[in-house]
Ligand binder design. Structure first.
Ligand SMILES: [Zn+2]
Length: 282
């Protein structure tokens, strides 16, 4: 079934962005002209078992490579939340290879939710408490984290509403999500990046405007939506000039400019990532 209405505002005033996907030539990236939400033209390729079977990472996925690629983000998130989560009960929704909960488990009572079946054995060996569905959870949580997960869900508002029921009254949901106002897309209009960054697992592409509207429709209160810039000047120059990823490694000599470049992008609301804090609306 084709998506012919905006998930958030219900508008049928949609346009085709013209972007292609890195891994599908059938799907289109649509944009709602009213609330600016972007989304794929159909979600039918994501069936019940898609994540359970580990299809997001392909058949040649290697756990240690996966963990290595997440290490920097896991550590950044751990450092940012260390003080807040100490001694607390925390749930990481869509915990992936478990790098963050492994770190957080040192100081907090940590649980994970992850659908991918092939990881169950690994979680058991590591002694990590990871469940498959929200229904398996008991009790309530001080903190629920969702790192780059919301954009994969077919019904993000419904899932957040359900999760908010597992949040303590003074608890907090912390979400990290790609920003569809990313400078490479909206400032530089870098076509190779656009055709790379859109892929069939990301069903939705949010910016601050569409997120605020979605949160206003569910029982949560926004504490903040903050810009975060993960990639720096070298990465961006490489995309613009060479049309390829990996500039942050290949043109490392430019990284010293990040101390001014990253804050500038945040100031312009063109960051690649948004960090959100929500609490329950009581
Ligand atoms: Zn809309």
């Amino acid at each position: 079934m084709k998506n012919n209405k905006c998930y958030i505002c219900g508008s049928s005033n949609l346009s085709d962005t013209g972007y292609t996907l890195r891994d599908s030539d059938k799907l289109r990236v649509l944009k709602c002209n009213d609330c600016s939400l972007m989304f794929l033209s159909s979600f039918e390729h994501i069936d019940e078992n898609f994540y359970e079977d580990g299809k997001m990472h392909g058949s040649d996925c290697n756990l240690s490579n996966w963990q290595e690629s997440c290490k920097e983000d896991d550590e950044r998130r751990y450092r940012a939340l260390r003080r807040k989560m100490k001694g607390k009960r925390l749930l990481d929704f869509g915990c992936g290879a478990g790098g963050f909960i492994d770190l957080a488990g040192e100081i907090a009572n940590v649980y994970g939710l992850e659908k991918q079946s092939s990881l169950s054995e690994y979680f058991k060996e590591k002694g990590l408490k990871v469940y498959k569905t929200i229904k398996d959870l008991e009790g309530s949580f001080d903190i629920i984290t969702m790192f780059h997960v919301l954009e994969h869900l077919k019904t993000p508002a419904a899932v957040l509403t359900e999760l908010s029921e597992y949040l303590k009254d003074d608890g907090e949901i912390i979400i990290e999500i790609p920003n569809s106002d990313d400078a490479l897309l909206t400032l530089y209009k870098c076509r190779p990046f656009a055709d790379f960054t859109h892929w069939k697992c990301h069903l939705f592409y949010f910016n601050e405007k569409s997120l605020r509207l979605m949160f206003s429709q569910i029982p949560v209160k926004i504490n903040y939506i903050k810009p975060v810039q993960r990639y720096g000047f070298a990465n961006h120059m490489y995309w613009i000039i060479k049309g390829k990823k990996g500039g942050h490694v290949k043109w490392k000599f430019l990284n010293f400019l990040d101390f001014i470049y990253k804050p500038l992008l945040k100031l312009l609301h063109k960051s690649d990532t948004l960090l959100i804090s929500l609490s329950k609306s009581l």
